[in-house]
Design a protein around this ligand. Structure first.
Ligand code: NAD
Length: 294
């Protein structure tokens, strides 16, 4: 399938070497999953600390696999060798597919994507793991928008099967086929969706978070809401989920949704999440959000 995937009759180009920009929660997870399933991947960040975090996460996940006897200890090294940490664009000239996973900020993403386009070959497929930002908006100043699309993984990457493949107005069908094939090779279930802020999943999820913010504004206790939503059948409640996502990422993504759907998503009050963001309570990534983490 990796080599032969066809979408709308178009044949995919194989991804023999990938790259991810940003080694945070998502970038680290994407690098791990790609390497685990056999595709070598460059993992670039601007901070040494980011790279170390990405690698230590991959190490932890692999150690767990060995412990559960799902992998031989010797194979662990092979997987880690397929992740190539870097702070530079050297060795990007033979990359087939890139996933941009830096902070959820349109200006930063546009800057990073423009820089990246000059470092890779013309035929390289560039994707963004953005949670909410329109693909057409990110593509607006690119030289090769036909090679650009969304590849939206979910958190934690190694556990969540779904990947949204977001087709922009100018994205070529070959590019869609290539990214569908890469997602499949990573063991994921790709769905192709059209472009709009939040795509499919986050158009459902962010109104839910907005409902939660409203409950908190009205005086609800976040732990009680979490317990109720678990009893309702969700694997976790909204407060815990926001801690997993990252309060900073959640707030940035919510801003994009509010701009895209002002009638439904613009709140007339400051949310608990915005206050937490100002106080640098980012969730699991820095040890304190709604809950505290060791
Ligand atoms: P994060 O804060 O954990 O990581 C971001 C990383 O990007 C950091 O390591 C930072 O140093 C790095 N970075 C910043 N500028 C960079 C640059 N110019 N070049 C290379 N690296 C750079 O964030 P995250 O949660 O991994 O989110 C990354 C992207 O994935 C965002 O667009 C987010 O919306 C999206 N996303 C997040 C989730 C989630 O649950 N956290 C889920 C799906 C998608």
């Amino acid at each position: 399938l990796k080599k032969k995937a066809k979408v709308y009759g178009k044949t995919a180009k194989p991804t023999k070497k990938a790259a991810v920009l940003g080694a945070g929660i998502m970038g680290g997870g994407i690098a791990y999953q790609s390497a685990l399933k056999g595709t070598p991947i460059m993992m670039k960040d601007i901070a040494e600390a980011g790279i170390e975090l990405g690698l230590s996460e991959a190490n932890k996940l692999l150690a767990k696999r060995v412990e559960k006897k799902r992998m031989k200890p010797l194979e662990m090294g092979d997987v880690l060798n397929r992740i190539r940490p870097t702070l530079s664009y050297a060795e990007f000239n033979d990359v087939d597919t890139v996933v941009e996973a830096v902070v959820e900020n349109p200006k930063v993403k546009k800057m990073v994507l423009a820089e990246l386009e000059d470092k890779v070959r013309e035929e390289t497929i560039i994707t963004s793991n953005t949670s909410t930002i329109s693909i057409d908006l990110l593509a607006a100043d690119l030289k090769r928008p036909e090679n650009f699309l969304g590849m939206h993984f979910f958190n934690p990457v190694h556990m969540m099967p779904l990947v949204e493949i977001i087709r922009g107005k100018k994205t070529s069908e070959e590019a869609v086929a290539t990214v569908v094939a890469y997602a499949t090779a990573m063991g994921k279930t790709p769905i192709v969706v059209n472009d709009c802020p939040g795509f499919l999943v986050n158009r459902v999820l962010f109104p839910y978070f907005a409902g939660f913010a409203g409950l908190l504004r009205d005086g609800a206790d976040f732990q009680a809401v979490d317990k109720v939503m678990e009893k309702f059948g969700f694997p976790m409640g909204p407060a815990y989920l926001l801690d997993v996502v990252g309060i900073d990422t959640g707030v940035h993504a919510n801003e994009v949704m509010a701009e895209g759907f002002p009638d439904r998503m613009k709140a007339d009050f400051k949310s608990a999440m915005e206050v937490m963001y100002e106080n640098k309570r980012y969730g699991q990534k820095n040890g304190v959000g709604f809950y505290k983490y060791e």
